[in-house]
Write a protein that binds this ligand. Sequence first.
Ligand SMILES: Nc1ncnc2c1ncn2[C@@H]1O[C@H](COP(=O)(O)OP(=O)(O)O)[C@@H](O)[C@H]1O
Ligand SMILES: [Mg+2]
Length: 300
Amino acid sequence: MIKIKSGVYGLNKLMDGGINQNTITAVIGSSGAGKTTFATYFLKRGLEQGEDAIFITLDEEPKQIINEVVEMGWENIEDYIDEGAMVFVDAGGKQFSDFIKTELAGFVEEWKGYNARIIIDPLTPVLWSVQHKYEQRDLISFLLRETRKIGTVVCTLEEHSIMGDLSGPDLVIPMYLADNVIHLRYKSHENPELRDMKIIKCRSSRHSNFWHSYKIVKGSGIIVQDAALSAEMPPHVVDLNSRLEKELQKIPAARKKKLTPKISHSIYWTISLLSMEDIGTLDPDYIIRQILLEYDLLDG
Ligand SMILES: Nc1ncnc2c1ncn2[C@@H]1O[C@H](COP(=O)(O)OP(=O)(O)O)[C@@H](O)[C@H]1O
Ligand SMILES: [Mg+2]
């Protein structure tokens, strides 16, 4: 899988380097959480390195979107539109389900061979454009399957239910179909500036499982804070290598021969790939012990 940079500062390292190319990322959050900001800075990042950008909009007219985006600090968006690197598909006026059924395939054909970034902001009304669950599933599935042929997709989902509850009927189908799901939330309507995000799923990639606070900053878009929320992090930095060293010294002589150079290398490699986030609230010595047990180096 090729990783592409998300355009969201601080997010790439939480997804093992970025978003997998030609995947679908669903960004979920209630109104004002920062979904549109996420999506537009994702496009901006691609445009900056010569990729193309497609903005599929259902709610707002392109003119209004451009104004808001400029207001958020992306001042030269119109240059990209003028030079043809960025296009809008304004699907608000027409029945979007008709567009998907009749025009989408032709659109995708036109863009074949491109490596674009595509955003669908918001995706939620597409669900509402058909009545039955199975129709919704077919329609969304077709839309996502087609669009990913021409690039990497970010779609946004409105969260209407109680904040934090992702079991709402509007969310289940797209969350299931998406490769990656990122949940943006704010603590309460009284404190909308206290925001945090979590990567709910990320297919074929390691990813953080913690809530990470983030800010929306004009000109930067979204900035994810460095550390996971302190309650979920061990209070001290752990030097895994020296702990491993110590455990290895305790190996009974009779078992030492099992520690071949190959296995020794493998254990050190495994440990070197463990990040603090992987460890989370687990006891680091517990993890080391499990590894040594796996190679039959400890009694147990
Ligand atoms: N010019 C700005 N500077 C800083 N923050 C802004 C600016 N404009 C909007 N915001 C913040 O971004 C939020 C809206 O983000 P947006 O991406 O439109 O959310 P969503 O699409 O999830 O509804 C606003 O609630 C506000 O806090
Ligand atoms: Mg929005």
